[in-house]
Design a protein around this ligand. Sequence first.
Ligand code: ADP
Length: 297
Amino acid sequence: MSIEVKNITKLYKDQKALNNVSFKVKDAEIVGFLGPNGAGKSTMMKILTTYIKADEGSASVNNFDVDTEKKGVQTSVGYLPEHNPLYTDLYVKEYLNFNANVYGTPKSRIEEVIELTGLKPEAHKKISQLSKGYRQRVGLANALLHNPEVLILDEPTTGLDPNQLIDIRNLIKSIGKEKTVFLSTHIMQEVEAMCDRVIIINKGEVVADKYLKDLRDGQEQIVIVEFDYRIENAFLSKLPKVKSVKNTYGFVYEITFSTKEDMRSHVFDFAHDNELKILQLNQKNASLESLFQELTK
Ligand code: ADP
């Protein structure tokens, strides 16, 4: 088991940041730890990475206990903290070299992580000269240096622009093919875009633990489509199995279908038959959205 958390409680003075939290993460899963700000996500991650101690309960990473086998935990985990503490005066390679020395990692690994995280074109620069997206890549490269089994990423996409966001999400997904990834976020769409499973936390308590594929098996689905000009809602309602149509903004429409069948190809054919141009076409997980709203209200 990659991560095992049993009845963890953590107090800051008299405030309970975590209350009797338990969950398990299997090998090579990408699990989203989703919750509003202040829910206790960072606190949980700091416990799992041995930065702080819980008041009650136990936890292990890669079968090493966070209290009694800290060294084992630290060699098993790559951690990207929320406020990625980079030494901005250092050059990328200098920074990675410094940390490789700390971990006792062979120097050959530096080029490997640079390759792995797509840092190559910027690797000759000072960290202060990098965009936020590339700084996150440096943080990820750093977390991967000692080739850990488990990656713990605290809000890894916060503050990125839309292009950087897509790049970093893709990078995390590709890393997740080989390693266990446990990432926190307060944004539901992040979970949708990257994760196999979601654990929802609210006010220090786990309120849901679901596989995304099970949530997608609901009887409803929402398709978001953008055309190149305005279309009457009634016209779009001619699509099969439409429950409702909403024009969300501009030429973007949210179409709810009363079926779990993927309706994107129907929308595409409909556009083609009616000589409409599609600018974007996505599915939204209606169940995750309503679950999150209901549980974290
Ligand atoms: P999240 O990462 O989900 O935003 P945190 O784990 O950072 O949540 O915080 C959980 C709760 O614990 C919040 O109410 C926060 O204010 C509080 N908290 C976090 N760190 C400390 C600390 N060092 N001292 C006191 N309270 C803290």
